[in-house]
Ligand binder design. Structure first.
Ligand code: HEM
Length: 442
């Protein structure tokens, strides 16, 4: 007979492993999945608990099929929004729907085409920072690259580099503060009354002032460079009105936060995997050379780099930057005979789904060919960009940017790595740790 209760991992097990969990919770999650099955409840105290799941059908049920009954967790809606405000990533209900409808067209493939040459220019400017023939940690260069890519996609016309650097500093500082709050909840009062939270909220006020200056400059100059800012300024709600300025500034901050760290993580892991697999790296190089010789526009070039796309998809399977997706159910629900009590905290482990033996052959093996024939985004156990109506709005932007960045780097360099395992740092996103690589000029 089918079990209709979720197996429980008791609180003492959490306590006994607390030190290890703070550093890296993934082995603890994995052990519990192996012992308890694809869905288990972890007790975090007398009343608190989280339901962990690596069941892809359950994930699709909550994110897509019955998504109306599920909201995002407090982390995204409250903790993050005190820094970046209420917008696409952090809003719920009617506000989210209204914003998504308004902003979605700016991210259509056709619109993105206009931004590709700008993104390529950013990539070329950033990769000059790669020091050839030396061991370097590539993450910081790719992190700057991904930030600049979003910045220039938004503000194509020349803007003061000091503004952009300050914005980058602020968004990264606010994200780090949020990580501290989440990892050390026992210090909540210290963060609040010691002034750390206030200091970071003030920084985001400064970021909005910078953004306001940039928006004002655009309005006054009458320039129309055809960038994302133009599209956001031109966008109209169904009643014909435009976005309020404070909403616009929040959405811009959110695009910076959502769009840069995820992409730099994925780029870094992909380069590490290419360094470990020289044969696959050569295939990417050959594909680049062929595509370069046979296409004239950036979009056609990207479309010709089909194998590179598979490489990136496979890299995000093994190292998904958004390694978990969380939801809370508004009303009691039932999935597969199991009751989900009202207001349960659900945490879908994307990384566990992506390596689940029932859905993937040799899940630990890096094999881009498994995604051939457009199998990637259609695979039922593949969620790098989420699923359903709240799926990543920047997924095409990210894929285009990553294909351009990977091919541009492989065009100039052979990437090498000492024989050490790829290390991870699971924070809000899955970050690489010590991505030391060597870049040998071709
Ligand atoms: C490899 C890069 C990226 C990954 C892996 C990624 C992943 C994700 C995931 C999994 C979600 C859904 C979260 C949830 O349902 O709780 C999401 C949402 C979102 N992403 Fe991305 N993302 C990436 C790049 C980008 C870029 C480049 C942008 C913008 C320039 C962006 C903007 C957003 C926004 C605004 C949302 C919220 C959408 C909504 O709720 O309507 N992302 N992303």
């Amino acid at each position: 007979m089918k079990e209709n209760v979720i197996p429980t991992v008791p609180f003492f097990k959490f306590l006994a492993n607390a030190n290890k969990i703070v550093k890296n919770p993934l082995p603890f999650h994995h052990k519990n999945f192996e012992e308890k099955g694809d869905t288990f409840r972890l007790k975090l105290g007398a009343k608190n608990s989280v339901i962990f799941s690596r069941n892809p059908e359950f994930a699709r049920y909550t994110l897509q099929k019955n998504q109306r009954n599920y909201t995002k967790s407090k982390i995204q809606t409250k903790d993050l929004s005190k820094y970046v405000g209420k917008g696409l990533l952090t809003a719920e209900g009617e506000l989210w729907k209204k914003q998504r409808r308004l902003i979605q067209p700016a991210f259509h493939k056709k619109q993105l085409e206009q931004l590709l040459d700008t993104v390529l220019e950013v990539i070329r400017e950033e990769i000059v920072h790669i020091v050839p023939n030396a061991s370097i940690d590539i993450f910081s260069i790719l992190n700057d690259l991904a930030f600049q890519a979003v910045a220039k996609a938004l503000f194509k016309s020349e803007i003061d580099a000091s503004f952009i650097n300050r914005l980058q500093h602020i968004t990264e500082a606010a994200q780090q503060m949020l990580v501290k709050e989440l990892r050390q909840p026992f210090k909540a009062l210290y963060f609040k009354y010691g002034g750390a939270i206030k200091k970071h909220i003030n920084l985001t006020v400064e970021a909005r002032e910078i953004l306001k200056k940039l928006v004002d400059q655009r309005r006054e100059s009458g320039d129309r460079p055809g960038d994302l800012l133009d599209m956001l300024l031109d966008a109209r709600y169904e009643d014909g009105t435009a976005m309020e300025e404070s909403q616009l500034l929040d959405e811009i901050l959110i695009l910076f936060v959502a769009g840069h760290e995820t992409t730099s993580n994925a780029l870094t892991f992909t380069l590490q995997l290419l360094a470990k697999h020289p044969d696959i790296q050569e295939k990417v190089y050959k594909e680049y050379a062929f595509a370069k010789a046979n296409t004239t526009s950036s979009l056609d070039f990207i479309k010709s780099c089909e194998y590179t796309k598979l490489v990136i998809e496979e890299s995000m399977r093994l190292y998904p930057p958004a390694y978990f997706i969380d939801r809370v159910n508004l009303e009691e629900d039932m999935f597969d005979g199991v009751t989900i009590p009202k207001e349960s905290n659900l945490l879908f482990s994307v990384i566990e789904i992506h390596k689940h033996k029932d859905f993937w052959e040799d899940p630990e093996v890096f094999n881009p060919d498994r995604f051939a024939n457009n199998a990637g985004m259609k695979h039922k156990a593949y969620f790098p960009f989420g699923a359903g109506p709240r799926m990543c709005i920047g997924n095409n932007f990210a894929m285009y940017e990553m294909v351009l960045a990977i091919t541009e780097i492989v065009k100039h360099y052979k990437i090498k790595k000492k024989e050490t395992p790829i290390e991870i740092k699971p924070l809000i996103t899955l970050k690489p740790h010590k991505a030391i690589l060597e870049f040998i000029p071709r």
